[in-house]
Design a protein around this ligand. Sequence first.
Ligand code: ZN
Length: 167
Amino acid sequence: MKKSTDDIQDIDSDLEKLANDMFETMYIADGIGLAANQVGVSKSLIVIDTSAATKKNDPKYILINPQILETSEETNEYQEGCLSVPKFFEDVIRPKKIKVRFWDLKGKEFNIEADETLARVMQHEIDHLNGILFYERLTPIRRTLSKSKLSRIRKRQTKPDYEMVYE
Ligand code: ZN
């Protein structure tokens, strides 16, 4: 999880199966995004469905080799959680909007602008692909205050309510 993933060279049917399995894992754990390395696969692939957070019928996203091209100056604060960091929720400041490039399962390239929840989840998940966990983005004071909680998580003393892949 702390390692960065490899870019995907060939888009094949295995990738579609991986994405479907990841959606399933994500829904079981009540998540809104999941990166492949969170399930032990070192590939640059992300699945996202923000519907549970926005209470809308949002589109599902499968992002292959996603890259953030631009971030807005404007930031916002949003409480994040992570399936790989069980039972820990904390506010994180990030750019409010991003421009992101990715490919889909058909190999089609997309350049989109994401805002609000979608931008937030994309940044969190792209961080995963680069081996960064969200608590590394906390302000120093919040990180200090969360020290004991995070240390229990790292020692695996905090048990998630779902099956977790440890690396
Ligand atoms: Zn996460």
